[in-house]
Design a protein around this ligand. Structure first.
Ligand SMILES: Nc1ncnc2c1ncn2[C@@H]1O[C@@H]2COP(=O)(O)O[C@H]2[C@H]1O
Ligand SMILES: [Fe+2]
Length: 275
C-alpha cells in the first residue's frame, strides 16, 4: 500500500494515460460472459490501441480484471499489456480476488503502488472500494484516512482519483444498488481539498461524464460487455467495447476521450438476465 510510483514526464507535455477497465477475464481463454469471449474482446481492444499508436505514460486498470478469481486470468491481463512496455497500476473491483491479483500481477512486473506521482504537477491515487463477496462498494475508514493523508501532504499537486465503484447514481436502478454506498464520506473528505477535480471509475460498463459537486466524474466502458444506460432492470447494450484516454495538463485541467472497437463482433446475448 505504501509504495509510491514516481514517473518523470518531459516538461511541457501533458501526462498521457490509458484506462482499461472491467476486462472480466477467465483462466480459460475460450470462456464467455453473457455471450462475449472476454479474452478475445480484450485482445481486440489492445490491438486497436496499438493501431492508434499514441504516446502513453501510464496505464491504469480500474478493477474487475478477472471474472473467476484465478491467477491465470490476471496473467492473461498482464500478458496483454506487456507489449506496451508502459508502467501500469491497478485497483480492485468487486469481482477481483486480491491475493491472486496482487501476486500474479506483481510476478508479471506490474506495480501494486496505489499512489503515483506523475511529473511535477499531478498525483494519482487508487482507492480500494471492494467489500469482499458483494457487488456494492464502500470505502473503509482506513481508505478514507489514507486518502486524506495523501491529499494533505502534497497540497501543491493536482490529484486524479481512481476507484472501481461509482459514487453517484448512474441512472440504472439495478446498477445503483451496487454503487459506492458511503460516497457522502468521500465527498466530505474531498470538500476539504480543492485540488481534486477529477474522479474516474469503472464498474458500470458504460461511458458517463457527470458533475459531482463541482468535480468531474468519468465512467468508462468495459473491454467486454456493456450495460445499457437508463434502465431499471438488468439490460445489456449492443454498443462496442471501449477504453479511455486522458491527458493531464500542468494547470490542473484534464482532457479525455473514449474510444471503441469498430464493428459488431462482440455483441452480447441480450436475452441474458444477469451473472
Ligand atoms: N440481473 C442482475 N440484477 C442485479 N445485479 C446484477 C444482475 N446481474 C449481475 N449483477 C451484478 O451487477 C454487477 C454490475 O457489474 P459487475 O461486473 O461488478 O458485476 C455485476 C453483478 O455482480
Ligand atoms: Fe464491478
Amino acid at each position: 500500500m505504501e509504495s509510491l510510483l514516481n514517473l518523470t514526464v518531459a516538461g511541457g507535455t501533458p501526462v498521457r494515460i490509458l484506462q482499461i477497465t472491467d476486462t472480466h477475464l477467465f483462466a480459460e481463454k475460450h470462456e464467455t460472459l453473457l455471450g462475449v469471449n472476454t479474452w478475445e474482446s480484450y485482445q481486440a481492444v489492445l490491438d486497436a490501441i496499438r493501431v492508434e499508436n499514441r504516446d502513453c505514460d501510464l496505464i491504469v486498470a480500474t478493477g474487475d480484471l478477472a471474472q473467476d478469481q484465478s491467477a491465470a486470468a490476471y496473467q492473461h491481463f498482464a500478458t496483454g499489456i506487456a507489449s506496451f512496455s508502459v508502467p501500469t497500476v491497478w485497483l480492485p473491483g468487486n469481482h477481483d480476488f486480491q491475493p491472486a491479483m496482487y501476486s500474479a500481477l506483481q510476478e508479471a512486473g506490474i506495480s501494486p503502488a496505489k499512489r503515483v506521482f506523475v511529473g511535477e504537477h499531478w498525483q494519482i491515487l487508487l482507492l480500494d472500494t471492494q467489500v469482499f463477496g458483494v457487488p456494492h462498494g464502500e470505502l473503509s475508514d482506513f481508505q478514507l484516512e489514507w486518502l486524506e493523508t495523501k491529499l494533505s501532504d502534497v497540497p501543491e499537486r493536482h490529484t486524479l482519483l481512481l476507484l472501481h465503484h461509482h459514487p453517484l447514481p448512474a441512472g440504472c436502478s439495478w446498477l445503483d444498488q451496487h454503487s459506492l454506498r458511503n460516497s457522502a464520506a468521500l465527498d466530505r473528505v474531498l470538500a476539504k481539498y480543492p485540488n481534486v477535480n477529477n474522479l474516474i471509475c469503472g464498474h458500470i460498463h458504460q461511458e458517463q461524464d457527470l458533475d459531482w459537486n463541482g468535480r468531474r466524474l468519468l465512467a468508462t466502458p468495459s473491454t467486454c460487455v456493456q450495460f445499457k444506460p437508463h434502465c431499471d432492470n438488468f439490460t445489456l447494450d449492443t454498443i462496442a467495447p471501449g477504453w479511455r484516454w486522458l491527458e493531464l495538463h500542468a494547470d490542473g485541467s484534464l482532457s479525455t476521450e473514449v474510444c471503441r472497437l469498430e464493428g459488431a463482433k462482440f455483441r452480447p446475448d441480450t436475452a441474458s438476465e444477469g451473472y
